[in-house]
Design a protein around this ligand. Structure first.
Ligand code: GDP
Length: 194
């Protein structure tokens, strides 16, 4: 997909603030610094619509990006950032749980995982949570450009096994540097939009 139109519509914390057109939505979840903003920007061909920040864990809102006036990317604040307080973490948990478990137009969750390392405890908890609620999931393994080609299969296998990746959940190797995986990801999203 070639994106001509993308804009941030709202940073929401409460359901009353979510957009109400009923457009399909794809949520993005991942640890802080995994490359979530870079993924969104690469997918829509923008340099910096989604904020790439050096302050992980800063955004504690659900950011709705309207794409081509027809669907939304919903950026969920990154998890696994040690410096947030317990009460902040709880508020975060409630906000995303409410969104992920109660949103009818949510088509799939794109869970981003750093391909360089085995999934963290938080990555595994998130995937288990998504599967518990039967949410269709797409795993996007980021920073693929940082792994030599010969070692890609091994890294892929480690992540799939650690998550217990379910059949039907695609696994996409992605790089926001080279654009690897962009077309594959779009093909999956276009299919799931319907
Ligand atoms: P976020 O916190 O998940 O939104 O992560 P960002 O998109 O801000 O990225 C965190 C850091 O990783 C930044 O320094 C990015 O430039 C870098 N990064 C993100 N994706 C890639 C990638 O595919 N390849 C490489 N080499 N670096 C990446």
């Amino acid at each position: 997909m070639k994106v001509n139109n993308a804009e941030i519509t709202i940073s929401a914390v409460k359901p009353e603030q979510y957009p109400d057109e009923g457009f399909p939505e794809f949520a993005l979840a991942g640890r802080s610094n995994v490359g979530k903003s870079s993924f969104i920007n690469k997918m829509i061909g923008r340099k910096s619509l989604a904020r790439t920040s050096s302050k992980p864990g800063k955004t504690q809102t659900l950011n709705f990006y309207k794409i081509e006036d027809s669907f939304y990317f919903v950026d969920v604040p990154g998890y696994g950032y040690a410096k947030v307080s317990k009460s902040e973490r709880e508020a975060w948990g409630k906000m995303i749980e409410r969104y992920l478990t109660g949103r009818e137009q949510l088509k799939s969750v794109i869970q981003l995982i750093d391909l360089r390392h085995p999934p963290s405890e938080d990555d595994i908890i998130m995937y288990d949570f998504l599967k518990h609620y039967n949410l269709p999931t797409i795993i996007v393994a980021t920073k693929a450009d940082k792994i030599p080609k010969s070692r890609l299969p091994k890294h892929r296998k480690i992540i799939k096994e650690a998550l217990g990746l379910e059949e039907g959940d695609p696994f996409v190797l992605f790089s926001s540097e080279t654009g690897q995986g962009k077309e594959e990801a779009w093909a999956i999203l276009e299919k799931r939009m319907k």
